[in-house]
Design a protein around this ligand. Structure first.
Ligand code: PBG
Length: 323
């Protein structure tokens, strides 16, 4: 045997020398949940270790993350039921919870990067990402709402807006609205290939944003399809996206790789709530080593071709690095 691959695995120094992929804190965006009120910190039942924060405790949480070296955040707001309506009006309210939170974070931490969520579902009385009429999700009418929402977020201080709705033409529409209003520096991280996934369950618990009727299959992608992701990628590139995102991450590593190989834009991957919950639940039962499973999952996402990872593990990963 002249070829013995084990020679390069024989000790840690050599293993580290030949390691192809590594994670750094620069790769991460940490999603955060916001609620109304004061001095609130309410754990999400299906996401141990992840809380919903009122704006004051959100600032404390961001301070502790910044101390650990986490510098980018993706906030999501949980909107009281009575403020939800058919047209998600509160989503572009400059005095709404979300806009207030963005302004406060940027005022206290001008150096952090905020990637905001552009989608109607947390504000929609139907719990959908678009306007519902006669059981149908209206595409072009929804774009108007998304444009207003993105503009309100940019005015509040968002650095990057993240359309997570999967309506056709939304990147072009949002880009035009931002540019017409002088926000040419605000980037767009498009949820390019967002699949109709069971792994969003815990997130919908956190925000109380599950669809009241039906599912999201007329806009989110069919998990069986990969070539369709390339159509979405072509459109997002043509429409002016600055990043392409794949979501979820772990069940879609092939899609991350496909986008990485077929475009020159940075690729992001969203390690979603259900992927986090699975690891936490198994670890709580003592069925696997939660920390090792976290590190392996995150590394796999990077290895597949993601430059940016949105993950509920971001803070825990930063804490792990300090140990
Ligand atoms: C909806 C949205 C969802 C997530 C982010 N934005 C859920 C959905 O499409 O129903 C899920 C994130 C996660 O599960 O961590 N616009």
């Amino acid at each position: 045997m002249i070829r013995r691959p084990r020679r390069n695995r024989q000790n840690e120094v050599i293993r580290n020398m030949v390691q192809e992929t590594s994670l750094t804190l620069n790769d991460f965006i940490f999603p955060l949940f916001i609620i109304e009120g004061q001095n609130k910190r309410v754990e999400v039942a299906s996401m141990p270790g992840i809380n919903r924060f009122s704006i004051d405790t959100l600032l404390e949480e961001i301070a502790s993350c910044v101390d650990l070296g986490v510098k980018a955040f993706a906030p999501f707001a949980s909107i009281p039921e009575q403020l939800k309506d058919k047209y998600a009006t509160d989503s572009h309210n400059p005095d709404g919870l979300y806009a207030r939170a963005i302004r406060e974070v940027k005022r206290n931490f001008p150096e952090v990067v905020l990637m905001t969520d552009v989608a109607m579902d947390p504000y929609s009385s139907d719990g959908h990402d678009g306007i519902v009429e006669g059981g149908e999700i209206l595409n072009d009418e929804t774009l108007e709402v998304l444009g207003k929402m993105a503009l309100t977020q940019a005015q509040a201080g968002a650095d990057i807006v993240g359309p997570s709705d999967m309506m056709d033409g939304r990147v072009a529409h949002i880009r035009r609205v931002l540019d017409e209003n002088g926000y040419h520096k605000v980037g767009i991280m498009s949820y390019t290939a967002k699949y109709a996934s069971a792994f969003y369950g815990p997130f919908r618990d956190a925000l109380d944003s599950a669809p009241k009727k039906g599912d999201k299959k007329t806009y989110q992608m069919n998990p069986a399809n990969s070539r369709e992701a390339l159509i979405e990628a072509e459109l997002d590139i043509a429409e002016g996206a600055d990043f392409l995102m794949v979501k979820p991450a772990l069940a879609y590593l092939d899609i991350i790789k496909a986008l990485h190989d077929n475009s020159h834009l940075p690729i992001a991957a969203y390690n979603v709530s259900g992927e986090y919950a699975m690891v936490k639940a198994a670890a709580e039962k003592g069925w696997l080593d939660g920390e090792k499973a976290m590190l392996e999952s995150l590394l796999s996402i990077k290895r597949a071709g993601a430059d940016v990872i949105l993950s509920y593990f971001a803070k825990e990963y930063a804490q792990f690095l300090r140990k």
